[in-house]
Design a binder for this molecule. Structure first.
Ligand SMILES: Nc1ncnc2c1ncn2[C@@H]1O[C@H](COP(=O)(O)OP(=O)(O)O)[C@@H](O)[C@H]1O
Ligand SMILES: [Mg+2]
Length: 324
C-alpha cells in the first residue's frame, strides 16, 4: 500500500477520557515520512495523551492510529520497535556516565557490544556530549540531560521519533542547543512528532503544525498558512503617557479589525488591521487630533503567538465562521 510508505504516523478520531475529564475529543493527524509535525498546545491540551497512545502506553477509548504502517492496538510490539521517545522528564540514569547510559540502551535493544559502543560514541559527538561522555550524569545540566535522553531515543535508529516537550523548563541557551540537535536529527530524514507549548519552536522546527486546545484540533497547516489565516498585520503603538491608554484603545478600535490589546508595563497598544499602511496613517491622524503622543509605531506581520491568541481567544466563533 503506497499510502503507508508515505504516511509514517496516522491517527483518526482519537478519544480519551480520564474519568469525567475529556483529554481528547477526536484528534486526527498525519505525518508524512521524513517530516516534522508540531503538535502545539498549552498545558493540559492533550499532547502527552496523544504521545502515550501513539507509543502504545495507553489505549484510546475510540479511534485508531498507526506508526510506520503498524496498528498501535493490534501490533504494539512492531510499533515500539519503530519508534524512539524522548520526553520532558529525561529518563537518564543518574549514577551512570553519559556513555554508559547509551551503551546500556544499545545492549537492551540487542546491539552487539562493538556496535553499541560505536553508536554511543557517535551520538555523544553528535549531541555535543563527547567531552562529558565519561562523567556521571548527576553533574549534567538540564540541557545536557535532555540531549542525552534524546540520544537514548535514537540508539536503535527508530524510523519515527517522538519528542514530548523537549525544551520545556530549559533556559534560553539550553533551548537553542536542543533546537540545533533537533535540526540535525531532522536533516537525517527522521519522521518526528514534536509536542510543544512554544510557538517559536513549532515555527522553527515543524513542517506542519496541528494546534490543539482542550483535546480538540483548533487549527492545522504550515506556520505560514496559520499566520496568513489571521489576515492582515498588527499595528503596534507605544504611548508616551500611559494615561492616554483609554483614548488610544478607542482609536485603534476604529481602525482595526480586532479587539485592541494593552501591555501596560511597556505602554503598548496593539490591534490587527487589514488595510496596512492606510490604517496606520489613519490611526496616526486620529491620535494627533487628540494630542496623544506616541513614542514608537510599527506595522508587523502576525506571529504564531498572535495566531494562537486569536484561535484560543475566540475559538468557538472561529469554528462557526469557518463552517458555512
Ligand atoms: N492519568 C491521568 N488521570 C487523570 N487525568 C489526566 C491524566 N493524564 C492527563 N490527564 C488530564 O488530561 C488532560 C490532557 O493532559 P495531557 O495529555 O497530559 O496534556 P498536555 O500534555 O498537553 O499538557 C488534562 O486535563 C490532564 O489533567
Ligand atoms: Mg504533556
Amino acid at each position: 500500500m503506497p499510502d503507508m510508505e508515505q504516511v509514517a504516523v496516522r491517527a483518526r478520531g482519537l478519544v480519551k477520557n480520564y474519568g469525567s475529564t475529556r483529554a481528547l475529543g477526536g484528534v486526527d493527524l498525519d505525518i508524512p515520512t521524513g517530516q516534522v509535525l508540531g503538535l502545539l498546545g498549552p498545558n493540559g491540551a492533550g499532547k502527552t495523551t496523544v504521545v502515550r497512545i501513539l507509543t502504545t502506553l495507553l489505549r484510546p477509548d475510540s479511534g485508531e492510529a498507526s506508526v510506520a504502517g503498524h496498528d498501535v492496538l493490534t501490533e504494539p510490539d512492531a510499533v515500539r520497535a519503530s519508534i524512539g521517545v524522548s520526553g520532558q522528564y529525561a529518563a537518564v540514569d543518574e549514577n551512570l556516565t553519559g556513555f554508559e547510559n547509551l551503551y546500556m540502551i544499545g545492549r537492551l535493544y540487542g546491539l552487539p557490544k562493538r556496535q553499541a559502543k560505536q553508536r554511543s560514541h557517535e551520538l555523544l559527538r553528535r549531541f555535543q556530549l563527547a567531552e562529558a561522555a565519561d562523567r556521571a550524569t548527576k553533574g549534567y545540566s538540564g540541557g545536557m540531560r535532555r540531549r542525552l535522553d534524546l540520544a537514548g531515543a535514537l540508539v536503535a535508529e527508530p524510523r519515527v521519533v517522538v519528542l514530548d516537550e523537549p525544551t520545556t523548563g530549559l533556559d534560553p541557551r539550553g533551548r537553542l542547543d536542543m533546537w540545533a540537535v533537533i535540526e540535525q536529527l531532522v536533516a537525517t530524514g527522521a519522521t518526528v512528532l514534536l509536542t510543544t507549548q512554544y510557538l517559536e519552536e513549532a515555527d522553527r522546527l515543524a513542517d506542519s503544525i496541528v494546534v490543539i486546545d482542550k483535546g480538540m484540533v483548533i487549527a492545522r497547516g504550515t506556520a505560514e498558512e496559520l499566520k496568513s489565516r489571521i489576515g492582515g498585520e498588527r499595528l503596534e503603538l507605544v504611548l508616551d503617557d500611559i494615561d492616554d491608554v483609554t483614548s488610544a484603545v478607542q482609536v485603534l478600535e476604529e481602525v482595526g479589525i480586532s479587539e485592541p490589546t494593552v501591555e501596560e508595563p511597556i505602554r503598548k497598544v496593539t490591534v490587527f488591521v487589514d488595510t496596512g499602511a492606510k490604517a496606520l496613517v489613519e490611526a496616526l491622524r486620529k491620535l494627533d487630533a487628540q494630542h496623544i503622543a506616541i513614542q514608537d509605531v510599527a506595522l508587523r506581520r502576525p506571529t504564531l503567538d498572535d495566531v494562537f491568541l486569536a484561535l484560543t481567544g475566540r475559538a468557538t466563533a472561529t469554528d462557526e465562521e469557518a463552517t458555512p
